[in-house]
Write a protein that binds this ligand. Structure first.
Ligand SMILES: NC(=O)C1=CN([C@@H]2O[C@H](COP(=O)(O)OP(=O)(O)OC[C@H]3O[C@@H](n4cnc5c(N)ncnc54)[C@H](O)[C@@H]3O)[C@@H](O)[C@H]2O)C=CC1
Ligand SMILES: O=C(O)C(=O)Cc1ccc(O)cc1
Length: 738
């Protein structure tokens, strides 16, 4: 099959050693139509098969006439055969012909070339695809073998830059990501990542095969044995050559491993379960981490998102009582505190979707064992305040601001150097206020661009905090509170807002000695201890569902496991002020202020949101706009332009939705005017993939006079996993189309 053409043509390419790797490379280039392929092999049968299976165009001899015609020569024999091949052909090679190889070791190949030529030839540039299999021979050739896998090139100081560029292009043409590396470094890295595992697999199988019980051992081999020993089916000649060629580096890694194996032997002798657990959990975390990195590469970093729409079939009352999955922002905080505690905490009703996964993964990457023990239930094995382990790669918070704000002070409190990065969306966002907290802690931080990610926390001289936050942000407040955990003395933070109550309750639940007087947060050094917690319902979801009930005549909705403090979140207090009928019934036994919150329909008052309140309600502005549409009179929202652009964008999308439903909306001189009290009618709304807009549009759709579809709800359903079942439980007729 001929793939699509790539522009560059590499001319005549000769593969010497037409086995699995040489054949795969030849077939990939041939399918792309970017070269004329010649093959040479000491086994004629491989060449015949190579032609009949369309791997090469021509079989070739290693004579002067052939070699002089080649633009690229690829050595693909076992590594120790490369010296003799080079000896045979070196006199015929044109100086502008690129000679390269695919061998698993590089030092020995460079040595061979220097010996044959008498110097390091500028046109000899070694390479090594990090892709393969336990198979051999041309029949195992696979043209897709190198796609989205790395290829290492190891240029020498003498290497010709034009030919080096050609080598990069060759590997790119077959789909590889090419990286340059020093020859010696290559041999050390590969000794550990590839050569040692092959040695272990061969030795394990050989040991067991020679044991008395070998029949039964193989008969009852479980999946683990099969996975671990797959590579012992690899070609023995190839691997004999690798160990002969890379003796020093393989011995170094083997010695290290042998020491660790002896240590594990002693651990077993002593029945030291804690050490076993430590080694196994760190290894699991490290492997999970690099598998994810690998997956990102092989998937091209892309995951396909299927559009989802939700249709609401008629105007409904919202009736019933439901419990919701735990609060997202508390979920982040609680797993972090449990990880920093001494002892094992069990957390129930944790929200393990979306960004919380990012925080959990970061903690796992730093050696914290977090067992999934049931639906939304985890057991966290705390490592103590400073017990996190240096991760093997930078911590990636992806697009999770909450993970970033909560983890950064925790990292600044550890004793290792660590870097933090994120997805592109967060990379250009200045985080000056957050970095200021780190510097108040006494941490030295380096950023790539001024006050933006990625950051590296270099060192720290712990200091007691005494700071006042100017910015209204719950994340920043929590960040400062967590920073106090690592303070050597009493600390004080003056918060910019007065909604720190729940965070303080959570800190207290883990034994942190803190108190909150108005906006003044004070702490004294303490050791955190584990606790078992049942998280109350998500504050945003609770408020949004209660807003639905306030909007729909005949409604009576109870959220059974809600947070019940007066200052929890911003939307419920706002609804209360607008005359909503909301009642709180506190559960006297809860560790946190939690219980039942009940809402019934009531006619809401129109409102004016001054800039300070607009900022306070910024996350909930889409639903606030919807509420405005159902009050009597005109509501005004001031100061939208002073919000971060994404909040402003959200409001503009929401206003478009309102207009589409016949609501009179204007935006003039930084004031949004929404005329409420008129019938709403329309059947199609586009939520632009935003969680808050999607929920607000559902609220709008519920009051529409005709059945209404809200599009682009995949993010909503991803984060509000129980939405569908909650809607059904509340008697809302909805249909999710995936
Ligand atoms: N198998 C794998 O997964 C990977 C292998 N490599 C490297 O690629 C090279 C080739 O490995 P495979 O393709 O797996 O082996 P293979 O056994 O499938 O192919 C090697 C071919 O070289 C031929 N050959 C041996 N000595 C020769 C000589 N003196 N003159 C001409 N032809 C000769 C053999 O007849 C055979 O067809 C090795 O250097 C190996 O280290 C690199 C990455 C992955
Ligand atoms: O089969 C496997 O899993 C491999 O590890 C393949 C492999 C073998 C040798 C190399 O130099 C590179 C890749």
């Amino acid at each position: 099959m001929q793939d699509e053409k790539v522009s560059e043509h590499f001319g005549n390419v000769l593969i010497i050693g037409l086995g699995m790797i040489g054949g795969s490379f030849a077939k990939a280039l041939k399918n792309k139509g970017v070269a004329t392929l010649f093959g040479a092999d000491r086994r004629d049968a491989e060449l015949t098969l190579g032609i009949s299976t369309g791997v090469i165009d021509y079989a070739a001899q290693l004579d002067q006439e052939t070699i002089a015609q080649m633009d690229v020569i690829v050595l693909a024999t076992p590594v120790r055969a490369m010296a003799s091949v080079l000896k045979e052909i070196h006199a015929f090679i044109r100086p502008d012909t690129l000679i390269t190889d695919v061998g698993s070791t590089k030092g020995s190949v460079v040595e061979a070339a220097k010996k044959v030529f008498g110097y390091a030839p500028a046109n000899f540039i070694p390479g090594h695809p990090i892709a393969g299999a336990e198979k051999s021979g041309v029949l195992a050739a696979n043209p897709h073998l190198f796609e989205r896998h790395m290829a290492i090139v190891t240029p020498l100081p003498e290497s010709d830059p034009v030919l080096l560029d050609r080598l990069y292009k060759l590997w790119e043409a077959v789909g590889s990501d090419v990286v340059g590396m020093d020859v010696e470094h290559h041999d050390h890295v590969l000794a550990s990542s590839s050569h040692l595992p092959h040695l272990l697999a061969y030795t394990l199988v050989d040991t067991l095969a020679n044991s008395e019980k070998s029949q039964d051992v193989f008969k009852f081999a479980a999946g683990g044995f099969r996975d671990f020993t797959r590579i012992a089916s690899s070609d023995p000649v190839m691997w004999r050559d690798v160990f002969l060629a890379n003796k020093e580096a393989t011995l170094a890694t083997l010695d290290l491993f042998t020491d660790r194996l002896s240590f594990m032997r002693q651990v077993i002798v002593e029945g030291d379960g804690a050490s076993m657990f430590g080694v196994f959990s760190r290894a699991k975390s490290a492997r999970d981490h690099f598998l994810r990195l690998l997956e990102q590469r092989t998937l091209g970093g892309q995951s396909e998102v299927k559009p989802v729409s939700i249709s609401l079939s008629s105007v409904n009352a919202v009736k019933g009582a439901v419990s919701l999955t735990g609060d997202k922002s508390l979920s982040h905080r609680v797993v972090i505190l449990a990880a920093l505690s001494c002892g094992v905490s069990t957390i129930d009703n944790l929200d393990l979707t979306g960004n919380v996964k990012v925080t959990v993964q970061a903690l796992r990457d730093m050696g914290v064992v977090i067992d999934d023990i049931g639906l939304n239930q985890v057991r966290v094995h705390g490592v103590g305040l400073k017990g996190l382990k240096a991760p093997i790669a930078p911590i990636n918070v992806h697009s999770s601001l909450t993970s970033l704000y909560l983890l950064l002070p925790v990292l600044a409190g550890q004793e290792f150097e660590v870097s933090v990065t994120a997805d592109e969306v967060l990379l250009n966002r200045p985080i000056s206020s957050l970095l200021a907290i780190l510097s108040s802690m006494g941490a030295t931080v380096e950023t790539a661009a001024a006050d933006c990610l990625p950051v590296t926390i270099k060192s720290r001289v712990p200091k007691a905090l005494d700071i006042a936050l100017a910015q209204f942000s719950r994340r920043l407040s929590s960040s400062a509170m967590l920073a106090c955990l690592f303070s050597p003395g009493e600390s004080q933070v003056i918060l910019a807002n007065d909604d720190g109550e729940i965070d303080v309750e959570i800190l207290k639940a883990f034994g942190f000695n803190v108190k909150l007087e108005g906006k003044r947060f004070k702490s004294a050094p303490s050791t955190l201890h584990s606790t078992d917690l049942m998280l109350p319902a998500d504050v945003n979801k609770t408020a949004l569902l209660l807003a639905f009930a306030c909007l729909c005549p005949g409604s009576d909705l109870s959220i059974e496991n809600a947070l019940t403090g007066e200052n929890i979140g911003s939307l419920l207090p706002f609804l209360g002020k607008q005359g909503a009928d909301i009642r709180y019934e506190k559960d006297a036994n809860g560790k946190l202020p939690q219980g039942r919150v009940r809402a019934r329909f009531s006619q809401l008052k129109n409102f004016e949101l001054l800039p300070e309140n607009t900022t306070r309600l910024r996350e909930s502005l889409p639903i606030v706009c919807v509420l405005a549409a159902f009050t009597k009179g005109t509501s005004k929202i001031y100061g939208v332009r002073s919000l971060a652009y994404y909040y402003e964008d959200r409001i503009m999308t929401m206003l478009d939705g309102l207009r589409h439903m016949g609501v009179k909306v204007t935006f003039e001189n930084d004031v949004v005017y929404i005329e409420g009290g008129h019938p709403v009618s329309g059947n199609n709304l586009d939520s632009a993939g935003d969680y808050h807009i999607a929920l607000a549009m559902l609220a709008l759709g519920i009051r529409s006079r005709e059945p209404c579809v809200v599009h682009d709800c995949q993010k909503l359903l991803e984060e509000f996993t129980e939405l569908e079942s909650v809607m059904v439980a509340l008697g809302l007729q909805c249909d999710v189309a995936r």
